[in-house]
Design a protein around this ligand. Sequence first.
Ligand code: NAD
Length: 354
Amino acid sequence: MKIAVLPGDGIGPEVAAQAVKVLQALQRDGLKFEMVEAPIGGAGYDAAGDPLPEPTLKLAREADAVLLGAVGGYQYDKLPRPQRPEQGLLRIRKELNLFANLRPVFVYPELADASTLKPEVVSGLDLLIVRELTGDLYFGQPRGIRVNAQGEREGFNTMVYSESEIRRVAHSGFKTAMKRKRRLCSVEKANVLETSELWREVVIEVGRGYPEVELSHMYVDNAAMQLVRNPKQFDVILTGNIFGDILSDEASMLTGSIGMLPSASLDGANKGMYEPIHGSAPDIAGRDIANPLATILSAAMMLRYTFNLEDAAQRVETAVRKVLAQGLRTADIFVPGTDKVSTGRMGDAVVAAL
Ligand code: NAD
């Protein structure tokens, strides 16, 4: 099992190191991982003048999975756009054809008070958003800003999804639902948009191949409302790129801290890139106070989705739950009465709990 480890910038290397520790601990129990590190983002620019250096991309292509920390830093903000760290991330997603983005939203009982929503609304929450990642308004052509016939400037983008793009992410959605409670809610705006009309038709077709999965449909405006009204009604939400972008950020707040949320971006063969949803947090980088749990939980997703090691994935998730139950907290989730620990100590505690 070959893993490309791309720590990136800011807190990226600090949190990635903890996930590597956890994978190494599992090796002692007989799993065999080959982990190779390479620079990406600002680190890639510093090393090779490119946020996605060729050797890094080659390594990522050859690996079965990629574990990424985070990219970005103020010192790179003035570079021309193609050389900025974030471009390295967008390019690697595109180059590896990672079209299905999986974001679990899970509320640990110990952290139910950390959400801005009432504990009774979020406690026990366990949902997963499957967002299409390489199409829709963000990539559709034509796009631009032009002067119209009235001499006024107008901006325009194209919402477009081909049948095959919908079909492949729908398969990801149904397969994911098969590994969970077997309920899938497809979210679009079919009452107004033709793109969504086709989306719904294709999802229904694909759904016929998964009779065990209960399929429902919801308009995106209602889904946005339901996510804060009664989020526990959902198991898997399947949606397009722009709706998923907005809904997944909304859903992340149900859990309280950005430092807890992992993600996976998969291609059609379950090769994946696994990363925390947060950025490089330059404001706290180098201080050993970042929360590494989102990255450790991303490694658990890697075990589940790329390597099909459900038991190992659950062991890591249980270990995380255990350290939270022991009262260990990094600064972002600290409340009086708990034990504030560093990034490194949190990683060590998860290893010990394994
Ligand atoms: P951010 O997610 O880096 O930070 C937002 C806030 O959350 C900060 O106050 C930070 O200290 C805190 N935070 C983030 N992760 C944390 C963790 N693990 N533990 C504790 N606190 C944590 O977002 P930002 O400040 O908007 O962006 C900083 C840089 O990261 C920018 O250069 C941006 O482009 C980049 N970025 C990268 C990614 C990525 O690599 N996937 C995602 C988002 C932003």
